[in-house]
Design a protein around this ligand. Structure first.
Ligand SMILES: [Zn+2]
Length: 309
């Protein structure tokens, strides 16, 4: 099966499309920051989303990059929001190293009926956010689920970490159009308070009371959404501004590219798995057309193609 990689080329010196892991010196606090330029712009512009839906999609994509880049092994992380509101489905996935994609399904009728400045609940209605991590055959598949609630995607993911992983986490996400270029940009910042010492040490929830964690939470909250995606402000400068008094150490960045796995070979193998009757039902104007929901690419096949090989 051939895979066509869409490699994004950014201007020289660009500090976009990467995740920067960091640690607060001598503390059990780790974090990562993400900045997306062309990567998020390509995903959002592939489909004609309403602006506020595109912004949510951009935030989910930033979150996927943050969480996916934590995986220690080759693997795949999928975030999927399923709901009964104006958005019925929002999916983003990450495949190591650093390949992301995503799309949203919009119920146009419900979207048109939304109030002005809709809340997260107005947009999604009732639903949940599921996270699935797959790290190859030897590792267990892992899935966690949390109700879609709170004021933002970041709130919702924070609640997930609190209930499913018992890891105190602070998350900030932002997506929006650059005021100068009008291109989409996204950014995110996450800090986590990790367990210290040996297994059987004090529970993490107790640590949330610790002064240092409170202090870092307050510092992290001072970040403005525009700063998270500001092309003039590198992630290193941003982290330095926030945490320089405590000391912040950054690790090697991970590049994030937009990549869709759709290929004619793969789609052909899927179509071949249908019965001849079903295949015939799919034919319209002598051909079967398939659209990739992620990248909006169209593929066309004839019944002859399906019989070959
Ligand atoms: Zn595709």
């Amino acid at each position: 099966m051939s895979e066509e990689a869409i490699i994004v080329t950014d201007a020289p010196g660009s500090e976009d499309n990467l995740v920067l892991p960091f640690q607060i010196e001598e503390q059990n606090v780790r974090g990562r920051a993400i900045r997306l330029g062309t990567t998020v712009d390509q995903v959002l512009e592939a489909r004609d989303y309403p602006e506020d839906i595109a912004a949510l999609m951009g935030e989910i994509l930033a979150l996927t990059g943050l969480l996916g880049s934590i995986m220690k092994f080759e693997g795949k992380l999928t975030l999927q929001a399923k709901a009964d509101g104006a958005i019925t489905l929002m999916v983003a996935d990450y495949e190591s190293p650093g390949k992301v994609r995503g799309y949203a399904q919009v119920d146009q009728e419900k979207y048109d009926a939304l109030p002005e400045n809709p809340s997260l609940y107005d947009i999604f209605g009732k639903g949940y956010l599921a996270m699935t991590m797959d790290q190859g055959a030897d590792m267990e598949r892992y899935q966690g689920i949390v109700e879609l609630s709170g004021d933002s995607i970041a709130d919702c993911a924070q609640a997930y970490f609190k209930t499913s992983e018992q890891t105190p986490t602070r998350l900030h996400l932002s997506a929006g159009r650059d005021p100068v270029t009008n291109r989409w940009r996204a950014g995110g910042l996450m800090i986590q308070h990790l367990a210290h010492g040996e297994e059987g040490g004090p529970r993490l929830m107790v640590q949330e009371e610790e002064n240092i964690w409170e202090h870092l939470k307050v510092l992290t909250q001072t970040i403005r959404p525009e700063e998270l995606r500001d092309p003039q402000l590198t992630l290193k400068t941003l982290l330095y501004r926030l945490y320089h008094e405590d000391g912040v150490r950054v690790f090697d960045p991970v590049s994030i590219v937009r990549n869709c796995k759709c290929s004619a070979d793969y789609l052909l193998s899927v179509l071949k798995s249908f019965s001849p009757d079903q295949q015939e039902e799919m034919v319209e104007n002598d051909k079967i057309s398939v659209n990739c929901a992620f990248c909006n690419k169209d593929f066309f096949f004839t019944l002859d193609d399906l019989q070959k090989g």
